[in-house]
Design a protein around this ligand. Structure first.
Ligand code: HEC
Length: 282
């Protein structure tokens, strides 16, 4: 009996305590409490991290801007963003191993990546504070990649990474290498790979690249069959449409043809995996 009472007491304490812990969401919009990691390797490939607070980032210089690119994609008309230049951040580091991109690991298992050449070309910014007139989805927190007005990169998911916890300098060839190699089997698969890496990989990982917010697409769909392809397209449309409650309107970035190319790419990947398995078991 005593044990039961003790057990109940512990249970009550746990529930009571967790109810008192403030929801993280309210704090993070100010972005001031968090510590961000910036990871880099030396010329021997040894990896190390620095820890940056918002105030350390903001010491590099802040601006308040709006972004019609962000507003268009997220369907706001009045977002105000406090930003630091990504180039300024990069210039604080000496890149010694041929790094040409920044991997963006996020709190919500989203993984973005930006080539440094795009950061230069479009003068990409990093928001430390997001001010919106209306409500926001849970994942829309700093740090956030922002396209400043006056720059016009292609309209793609990849310029909208939010909720970033770590910036990691990497080489594009290492990151995409295994996927790119498989996509080489056909022109169509190659086109599909390009669309997929710019719009989907961030949430639907493949071969250990990308995030895991979304479903494991290769496991779920039998893309070799027409019925599997139909289901893939239908499920995509019924989740990633413009009224998605969590503002995950990915449909706005891709055409029907591009979705078909994505299927070609995923099929190529599936076939290469099957071939590999056959070789291993024979
Ligand atoms: C911001 C993250 C994100 C991006 C980017 C994204 N997805 Fe998704 N996707 C999700 C989530 C989350 C779900 C819902 C998973 C669930 O139902 O549990 C989903 C569902 C789907 C589904 C339906 C599967 C199911 O289990 O319901 C398909 C198909 C799909 N996505 C394909 C794509 C394709 C193709 C792209 C790129 C053009 C893409 N997604 C981009 C997060 C993402």
């Amino acid at each position: 009996m005593r044990q039961i009472i003790c057990g109940l007491l512990v249970l009550f304490l746990t529930i009571g305590f967790s109810a008192c812990v403030p929801k993280q969401e309210k704090v993070v919009n100010s972005g001031s409490e968090r510590i961000y990691r910036i990871t880099i390797s030396d010329r021997f490939g040894r990896i190390s991290s620095e820890f940056w607070t918002v105030s350390k980032l903001e010491k590099l210089g802040v601006k308040k801007i709006s972004s019609s690119y962000f507003d268009r994609a997220m369907k706001y008309d009045d977002a105000e963003l406090k930003v630091v230049s990504l180039l300024k951040i990069i210039s604080q580091f000496e890149l010694k191993s041929g790094e040409d991109a920044i991997l963006l690991n996020c709190f919500d298992d989203y993984q973005g990546i930006l080539p440094i050449s795009d950061i230069l070309k479009y003068d990409l910014q990093l928001a430390t504070k997001i001010e919106l007139g209306s409500s926001k989805p849970g994942w829309l927190n700093p740090l956030l990649v922002v396209v400043p007005d006056g720059k016009e990169p292609p309209f793609e998911e990849r310029f909208l990474t939010a909720n970033i916890r770590e910036l990691k300098f990497v080489r594009l060839s290492d990151y995409y290498g295994p996927l790119r190699k498989i996509a080489k089997v056909s022109k169509k698969a190659e086109q599909g790979f390009k669309v997929y890496k710019n719009n989907c990989l961030f949430c639907h990982s493949l071969k250990g690249r990308g995030g895991n917010k979304g479903t494991r697409l290769l496991q779920v769909y039998e893309l070799a069959k027409e019925i599997g392809q139909k289901k893939f397209l239908n499920d995509f449309k019924s989740f990633h449409h413009k009224d998605n409650a969590d503002k995950q309107d990915v449909e706005q970035f891709v055409t029907r043809d591009q979705l078909q190319r994505i299927i070609d790419f995923l099929l190529a990947l599936k076939r290469s995996e099957e071939k590999k398995r056959k070789v291993e078991t024979s």
